[in-house]
Design a protein around this ligand. Sequence first.
Ligand SMILES: [Zn+2]
Length: 503
Amino acid sequence: MGRSLASGMIGALSLAGLMIAPAGADERKQLAFATVDRNAAQIAAISDSIFYFAELGMQEFESTKLLKDTLEAAGFRVDLGGAGMPTNFWAEWGSGRPKIAIVTEIDALPGGSQTPGEFARKPLVTGAPGHMEGHNTHGGVASGAAFAVKRVMERYKLPGTVAISFGPAEEQIASRPFIVRAGYFKDVDAVIYLHIRDSLATGYGLQNYAAISAIFTFHGKTAHGAVNPWDGKDAVDAVELMDIGFDKLREHLRPTYRAHRTITNGGIQPNIIPDTGQIWWFVRDASMPAAKTTYDKLVKIAEGAALMTGTTYDVQYAASAWPQLVSKTIAEAIQRNIDTVGAPAWTEEEQTLARDFQRSAERAVVGLRTTPEAFGERHQATSSNDNGDVSWVVPAGLLNFPASVPGIQYHEWHAAVTPVSTISHKGQVAGAKVLAASIIDLLTSPELVAKARAEFEVESRKTPYFALLPAEARPPVDLNRGEMEKYRAEMRKFYLNKAPRFE
Ligand SMILES: [Zn+2]
């Protein structure tokens, strides 16, 4: 009740146009806003270039090269290839504490190639990957904001460090546990996690589900299916029994769980008793301890399936993600900047385009949002995001910026229609301003950082962090390599060949 009243008041103040920040902090933020505005074309050029690179996770070579060239030219130190991943990207400017980092990603999705601006299905390259979640926009917003912060730090001689982490393969929740393990966040005071949305928004609370992804391979003994099947040990029988065994368990799990699987090796042909069978599982829950409990039962079921069939098995860790623990303290600071910046002023043309698009995609015809979202604790989605691991080792805020069209769902080709539109470009500018202002708050207010830390100590202690990564685990750097190589030559024809330089 109290919360909805408070957010209602914030909304009313924004609507009344009372957006001028109090004097003091203000001048610095005005310089950041002016820097972002002056570099709007550069921000768009970065994001648009990454759209056409459309690189799948672990294959973000062109995207990270462009970001490296751009940020090095702007004076940043760039560490590319850390934590054992060639496309892991970390950039920073400044020195010492406080150290504030932007955490985001730039990978595309398989099969998402689409001609921008076309409402009908029309891939740029048939079958190729594409940005159908708009992660391309993260590149421009994060670098533009970091550059604006650098300008402010120089002008006002602010101590500290601003950093950007572009983690590889977010779509396969594949990299952040490795980046955390490599110690990148050890001396970081706070992070802001950045993601596209259809609105300018922040929020707090537990976000997304914990997930554990593991591949179970059974090993048996081959034999002729008709001549001597009694000599065989059927590894695919073990796969089936594991599946059936887990189905029996489902009734006894708490309703918050999710579990899904695909059989990745189901044999060769019926008259060959298969000596190899494989099944790939995702187990999820609202907390990592709950997901781990279910996962441990799943391993017991694999043991049982092997025992029943006389086979052996091995488990390969594929990926894991903690839910994101999002700080209310940092969210409140971000919200104040959202209220200052406000939603982009859309033209009638942009609103018409959005409505036409929604109509053509058979979604609610509501146009673009003209006000930021109401502030509050957010619903915990059942999907997963590997940056969750970061949020258990350092206080984390969350910022969404309005660069996509309401009702258009991510992970479908429609979402690749607008990431290089003026709607996206304007949303990126709004996002970069709020992001820069919020980093300035964190750099200049030791009280804010201390309060976020104190909150983090209390909240994170409720579920002590443990790493899921086995000690011997190495990042899956070959992920998507074949798929990307198949299309890259054709995709190259659409590259923008831009070399944006911040000024
Ligand atoms: Zn995403």
